[in-house]
Unconditional design. Structure first.
Lengths: 88, 141, 141, 88
């Protein structure tokens, strides 16, 4: 069988508050091999400079809604990595 | 009305938004900026948010509460620079039923704290600045 | 501030009376005149009281709540002629602790209804007038 | 033994709302033989014209505080008979 070239997904990653400071960016684009998950996005972020300041399992959102690490990501998704919430 | 506001929260306007002749009981919660946090004197603070998601999450919380209880909810969270004593968040729940008004009001403020992507940067009297982490505060308490 | 008032209740003034830099959570309840009572359309109503006892009983309720929870309470009940939508009673409970603010606010409004000597005369759309008896309403409900 | 003439107590009775309408008075003075109780005051009121419209055990107050029917009354007390409360 011929190997199928893996498709890739590109997502827009948003960072906030202390996480934005840690990685020195408010947003970046990441391209991952498909299938990819929210947890996979986090893993890639943690490999970047400053990325070890992110916890292994931060709160995340996909397209404006809270998302588990296992949730699949699709090309064009907006993935937000959320520091501990402090509203109210 | 937007759930997020850069200016002062008008609690009376939130009341007006949910008052109705058949809703005799109105429960409200207002969260004010305190002058201390874990024993440190706070001078002022700044709230920031993931705006579009914060709006969406507030809308979901309100819709869930209005589906679960016989109640109309008004909710607003302030962003930007706040001084001690400023209202940071307000929830108003109006109902024909007192139980529903209290239960929904309490539920909404808890869900806002748990789910809405808002962050708080505190400026202390000793010159330091920190992002507030309520989960760390709980461990230390 | 008197616990009974012949004029409109100023809820903002009640808030101001209990706000403090170390009290970050404020729970409030406002009871409004409803346009219906047990299925009858209400046009307006009149509250009357045994004034000296009502003042004393309100003071006791507030003192009990402030002893039981870490909270400051403001309470006011309106008397005289009220229109639909007017605030008849308001309780504001401010605390450093959200749980205490909610618990004390709820307790105070329940105790006011149970203990403070106030009576309500309702004027109905059908031209009749009646003294409201919540104990009878409960039996009928 | 000579019979001791019973002392008497005079109390000011306050009536409100529907009870004031039933008895046609907001207040009246009652003199009872001593010892007397809050319940004894109510009993006397119920013997007055219109008094049967009062329930046998209404809510009562003595000197601005809620009082049980068994509570003794003293000369000069203010006894209030309270229709069902409807505040809030």
């Amino acid at each position: 069988m011929a190997a199928i070239a893996p498709a890739s997904v590109t997502v827009r990653v948003l960072l906030f508050a202390s996480y934005a400071e840690s990685l020195g960016a408010d947003s970046l684009d990441l391209t991952l091999s498909s299938p990819a998950t929210v947890g996979g996005v986090v893993e890639r972020l943690r490999a970047l400079p400053g990325g070890r300041l992110l916890p292994p399992k931060p709160l995340c959102a996909r397209n404006l809604a809270h998302a588990d690490a296992a949730e699949p990501v699709t090309d064009g998704d907006e993935i937000a990595v959320l520091p501990p919430l402090a509203g109210g | 009305m937007s759930y997020l506001t850069a200016g002062p929260i008008d609690v009376a306007a939130l009341h007006s938004a949910v008052h109705a002749p058949d809703r005799g009981g109105v429960a409200a919660f207002v969260g004010l900026v305190r002058d201390h946090h874990q024993g440190r004197a706070v001078l002022r603070l700044e709230y920031s948010a993931y705006g579009p998601m914060a709006e969406a999450e507030c809308a979901r919380i309100v819709a869930e509460a209005e589906a679960r209880w016989r109640v109309a909810i008004a909710l607003q969270h302030r962003l930007g620079a706040l001084a001690i004593g400023d209202a940071a968040v307000a929830v108003v729940a109006a109902s024909a039923h007192r139980d529903d008004a209290f239960a929904a009001c309490r539920h909404v403020i808890e869900e806002v704290k748990r789910r809405v992507p808002v962050w708080k940067r505190e400026y202390y009297a000793d010159g330091t600045v920190a992002w507030v982490d309520p989960t760390a505060a709980m461990q230390h308490a």
